[in-house]
Design a protein around this ligand. Structure first.
Ligand code: ADP
Ligand code: ZN
Ligand code: ZN
Length: 684
């Protein structure tokens, strides 16, 4: 029931502000704050959320006609905590509030109303299995479970970083903590990266909690999605496992949030609302007064720094369960790999990895070769000495722009002509690097064509694996050992567990290192560690071969030594010198338009406005603007792209500046789009 005549609505449209509407008397008894409503917007009707009432109508501009709300939409209203969180999101990421609020509603609301229809069968197979009884936790696990358990009982916000090598039993810790939460009785929210790629993890949750688990991921039909969503909102199920968007499910009675593989880039949404689900989950836990557990074998440096500074409590699982050994890792220096004319080995395959492959196939075990496709054919590399061209100002690799034959830095717009002669060793072979899984699979097929038995090779990349079914089939094929070698991208680097997989090879471990990004070293370390973690998780010991042109790069040597602490320490020191995150904060402003000159001019105009703000307001004196320059993806869908990168020491300053800057956008000409990315992950 609302008494005021006027209310503020977050209308689902690209509007930066709330709009005022009149609440007709006959509707006032049907609404509360947080209700979903239908309102007129220009000639159209639009959905929105009633966010607040306007107590005194004197605050309204005189003489302006205020339109009435059309009707109330029959859906549960958003509670206080949820609204507070959504408001934070809109503000922090500078996104239209109505669009943010709309994400907290299920896409399929009609289904509930169609009464009398049979419940649709789902393929989720939500049955509890006896084989999934809890393990007796080891000492480290026990300590983590009791610390997190205490926090759940106290119903207070507390962030934990659960750091444990692959196979150290993190998932078991989650399961046992959830067990306590469910008994309390409260609800649990588990966020996992790209859930459709990790059916094994989902099976473990379902195996333990059966029908009490709801699952949300992108491969569900709308009907299934909506069934799962409502079962949690209505409190019929207590556990929700899902990809990042599950964070928007208005779980009322939240007792714990878990973010598995918290370092994963897929927690960041790269379009529309550019939010990071891990960071937003922390705020949601704070608002909900519940603990949050971020788990990883390779924590993001943001979270690691937070654990060092005491913001997060660090819980460490020091070894693999039952003291299974970590795989042995061999680093192969590809600069020394010079296949002779007679050699049958392709340029990407070292003698060592070839021999290991042979040995594994002889023993009738399986191998996986990984290729990091990020950064494909974009940087220059000298195959003789491993040299890559770096920016003179930014400590990132320069990107090849083929059209105009130049090398460009995407942080500061530094450029130089394309290099063909290696400046370091004078070799003339400097070239743009490129290699794909298809080529690798073909080469392997030829190499092992005369092996004593037929060797089956499967590819696992986005071209081959494009549905839940094709992934399930591949996983089955690996488990049943109908494939011998899997050639894949990072898509199968995570979460999977294959008993007979004993050899893992990283084909060009450098690829990701030269990505034009200050996080490329961190990403490479994480990927190599995850990839290595696939080998020998069961009784059979595992071996990992890392082929690289930069064997002494810390991302490679530290992952080979299983030394996260050293890697993180060195990397953080470097970041702190350059004021990169987690020490400084960043945002990018992106300009996109079909007209090159107009788009460029707009970015230059924006730069002048920013400089002006900075000159006139002392609180912005520490802000640094880099650019404007063409984005690494200079043209996307026929739109030219320019960007300005902002670097500041505090996120508060950054947010005030952006709010200030975005307040009016009349100066942006039509035909040019402006978007903001706060805490960007990629600077493409
Ligand atoms: P992580 O999530 O850290 O990679 P998991 O939780 O998947 O590790 O554990 C690895 C394997 O060890 C799983 O097969 C799991 O069922 C098993 N496991 C977990 N905890 C224990 C334990 N305390 N004793 C024996 N086995 C365990
Ligand atoms: Zn630069
Ligand atoms: Zn060279």
């Amino acid at each position: 029931m609302i008494n005021s005549e006027f209310v503020e609505i977050a209308v689902e449209a690209p509007l930066p502000r709330l709009l005022t509407y009149r609440l007709p008397q006959n509707l006032s008894s049907q609404v509360i704050i947080g209700s979903r409503v239908l309102v007129p917007l220009g000639p159209r009707k639009s959905k929105g959320v009633l966010v607040s009432e306007i107590k005194s109508s004197s605050a309204l501009a005189k003489g302006r006609e205020i339109k009435p709300i059309i009707e109330i939409i029959d859906e549960p209203a958003l509670g206080d905590k949820m609204r507070l969180w959504l408001k934070w999101l809109a503000q922090y990421y500078l996104h239209p509030p109505g669009q943010v609020y709309s994400m907290a509603f299920s896409p399929g609301l009609e289904i509930r109303k169609r009464k009398g229809r049979k419940k649709a069968p789902t393929d989720l197979n939500l049955t509890k299995q006896d084989s999934h009884r809890p393990f007796t936790p080891n000492e480290d696990q026990q300590k983590a479970i009791s610390k997190i358990g205490d926090a759940t009982q106290n119903t207070k916000f507390q962030p934990f970083l659960l750091w444990g090598v692959t196979g150290s039993g993190k998932t078991e810790v989650y399961l046992q903590c959830i067990e306590k939460v469910v008994k309390s009785p409260k609800q649990a929210l588990v966020l996992v990266p790209e859930i459709s790629l990790t059916p094994q993890l989902v099976k473990r949750f379902v195996g333990r909690f059966g029908e009490n688990v709801a699952v949300l991921h992108s491969h569900l039909t709308e009907r299934e999605r909506s069934d799962q969503w409502w079962s949690v909102v209505r409190g019929k199920k207590q556990i929700l496992v899902g990809a990042r968007s599950a964070l928007f499910c208005p779980v009322e009675n939240l007792g714990i949030i878990i973010v598995d593989e918290e370092h994963e880039a897929s927690f960041k949404q790269e379009n529309n609302l550019k939010y990071n689900a891990r960071d937003s989950a922390i705020v949601r836990a704070q608002i909900s007064s519940c603990p949050i557990v971020l788990g990883s074998a390779t924590p993001s440096l943001e979270s690691w720094q937070n654990s060092l500074s005491g913001k997060f409590q660090l819980l460490e699982l020091k070894s693999r369960v039952e003291n299974r050994p970590l795989p042995t890792i061999q680093v192969v220096d590809m600069r020394k790999h010079k296949p002779s004319k007679e050699s049958t080995l392709p340029f990407w395959l070292s003698q060592s990895l070839f021999e290991e492959l042979n040995a594994v196939l002889e023993k009738n075990e399986q191998a996986a070769l990984f290729l990091n496709r990020r950064g494909f054919a974009q940087f220059t590399l000298c195959p003789s000495c491993g040299h890559t061209e770096q920016c003179a100002h930014c400590s990132v690799s320069l990107t090849v722009h083929k059209q105009n034959n130049k090398l460009l830095c995407h942080y500061c717009a530094f450029e130089k002509p394309m290099v063909v002669r290696c400046p370091s060793c004078k070799s003339d072979e400097m070239r743009t690097q490129g290699l794909g899984t298809q080529r690798i699979a073909e080469d392997l097929g030829n190499l092992f064509s005369s092996f004593s038995r037929p060797i089956n090779i499967a590819r696992a990349d986005r071209d081959e694996i494009n549905s839940r079914e094709s992934l399930e089939k591949l996983l089955d094929d690996i488990n049943n050992h109908t494939v011998d070698i899997i050639v894949g991208t990072q898509m199968i680097a995570k979460g999977h567990d294959f008993p007979n997989l004993t050899l893992v090879g990283a084909v060009m471990a450098d690829l990701g290192l030269h990505f034009p990004d200050f996080r490329s070293s961190e990403k490479t370390f994480q990927l190599l560690t995850q990839v290595a973690g696939r080998a020998g998780r069961h009784e059979k010991a595992g071996k990992v071969v890392i082929q690289t042109y930069s064997p002494h790069h810390p991302a490679i040597s530290c992952s080979a030594n299983h030394d996260f602490r050293k890697f993180a320490g060195d990397e953080l020191r470097e970041r702190s010198e350059l004021q990169y995150p987690p020490f400084g904060r960043m945002a990018t402003l992106r300009f996109q338009g079909a007209d090159f000159n107009k788009t460029e001019a707009t970015s230059q105009n924006a730069m002048r406005r920013l400089e002006h703000l900075k000159k006139n307001l002392t609180e912005y004196s520490g802000v640094e603007f880099l650019g404007p320059c063409e984005s690494a993806l200079a043209k996307l869908k026929n739109k030219h792209r320019f960007q300005i990168l902002m670097k500041v020491s505090s996120s508060k300053t950054l947010n005030t500046l952006l709010q200030h800057f975005m307040r009016d956008s009349d100066w942006v000409p039509s035909g040019v789009g402006l978007s903001v990315d706060v805490d960007p992950l990629y600077l493409l």
